[in-house]
Design a protein. Sequence first.
Length: 100
Amino acid sequence: ICEGNAQRSPTFELWFKQNRPQPEVKSTGTSYGYPERLTEELLAWADKIYLMDLEQELFFRRKFPHYIEKTEIVGCSDQYSRESRELYRLIEYWVMKVNL
């Protein structure tokens, strides 16, 4: 989950679909006016929820405190372009680090 579901989380979703097809992954954002908006249904569906940064954690603690135990912060700032080489490198490093 990122703010707008325009750069980071869709790139993570694409990477996982190409490199780790199981388990199923979906990306979404916390802000209005972007392609995919976070829903209660999506949160209930997820076994694990990965938040891109602390901003999303603060949002979750306010809006969805009952799902906070499912969350983990990735630590990916909002400086990367969608599907950029730098973002793919960060994803690969993070996946290796957390052993997914």
